[in-house]
Design a protein around this ligand. Structure first.
Ligand SMILES: [Fe+2]
Length: 352
């Protein structure tokens, strides 16, 4: 299977992965033949990419680190908490704890905890899907750093609720499609303190988890907010969530900007890493997050087009690829291990 933009899907193509709506219901079932009406529906729902099964990508498998049902359950729980809050002045996180523990168990049971950007996100429900992705990305990094089960549970719970303070920020500011004014940005910044207080008030989680809401916008060089903490003054969990939060936000379409390509985000994280992020966290983050997701199209320096077949943990920018078109756009089918072919490298991602 391969990942393609909905705009370039030919009518009649076969859907390789079920597409879910933001409330966890099935929008389109795996295996369905895509008619024009279905493609219009996807676009209307803000879904920009899907997975296709076709000759070019035959035999390429894309694995999830956390199964889709658990992920959807987590997304709907976060949505329920965040939309139900206006009816009560506190939040109930007991069910979220259960689903976070399930995510931790699934990750620990997995032989290969590679994060492959498989989820298909909608623009509208960004906050809920983002919360769950940040939780998974943080846990993968925590596992890389050797955290034990109790630490992972604390980290996962705080990570999934890191932006809960946004409940207290006016919607028109959060959803503003244009640049924020200085005053509006000051308002947004308050979601850190407000989230911490909200979680503390619930009395249902350890303070170290609640602290993530307060600390996830602090930056390693002291340029963050709200307390402008530096280096080790920032709690470890918050240093992890900071990287996961930035990565997921930049790889997602937002109302005010288009997403960046995953290799551009990789470059950003690894170059800004020396200033904004804890280098040890970045090192463990990039080990398990794919630069070029399996199933995505890439352009080589030879002008050939290929599909990524397998990630290389030791050399993340040099995966195993299948060349599907030569420089004259003639069909080919040849696998090439870029870690062995030093003269050939990826120059960009592309549609194949
Ligand atoms: Fe935030």
């Amino acid at each position: 299977m391969r990942r393609v933009s909905v705009d370039s899907v030919p009518v009649g193509a076969k859907l390789a992965r079920t597409v879910f709506s933001s409330d966890g219901g099935v929008l389109l079932m795996q295996g369905v033949e895509l008619k024009q009406g279905y493609l219009d529906l996807l676009k209307k729902r803000g879904i920009a990419e899907i997975y296709l099964d076709d000759d070019l990508s035959e035999g390429i498998e894309v694995h999830d680190v956390v199964n889709e049902t658990t992920r959807n359950e987590a997304v709907s729980l976060v949505k329920k908490i965040m939309t139900g809050y206006c009816f009560s002045d506190t939040i109930d996180v007991e069910n979220v704890k259960k689903v976070v523990n399930k995510i931790v168990d699934e990750l620990l049971a997995s032989d290969d905890i590679l994060y492959n950007l498989t989820e298909i996100k909608t623009v509208d429900d960004y906050t809920f899907e983002h919360s769950v992705s940040v939780c998974i990305l943080s846990l993968i990094t925590g596992i890389g750093l050797g955290m034990d089960m109790a630490q992972l549970r604390e980290l996962g719970l705080g990570a999934i609720l890191h932006d809960i303070g946004k409940l207290c920020i006016p919607r028109e500011i959060l959803k503003k499609p244009s640049q924020l004014t200085v005053e509006e940005f000051e308002e947004i910044k308050k979601h850190t303190v407000l989230g911490y207080e909200l979680l503390k008030k619930s009395g249902q989680l350890y303070l170290v988890s609640a602290y993530i809401a307060l600390g996830h916008h602090e930056r390693y060089d002291g340029s963050g907010y709200p307390l402008r903490l530096k280096n080790e003054e920032i709690q470890m969990y918050s240093r992890i969530v900071a990287v996961a939060d930035v990565y997921d936000s930049l790889t997602s379409d937002r109302v005010y900007r288009k997403k960046l390509k995953s290799h551009e985000v990789y470059d950003y994280i690894t170059s800004m890493g020396i200033h904004h992020f804890d280098p040890l966290v970045v090192e463990n983050f990039v080990k398990f997050v794919t630069v070029y997701p399996v199933g995505s199209g890439v352009l080589l320096n030879t002008r050939e087009r290929a599909i990524v077949v397998q990630h290389n943990v030791k050399m993340p920018t040099r995966p195993l690829v299948r060349i599907v078109y030569d420089e004259n756009m003639k069909r080919r089918s040849k696998e090439l291990d870029l870690s062995q072919e030093r003269g050939v490298f990826i120059v960009d991602t592309c549609e194949v």
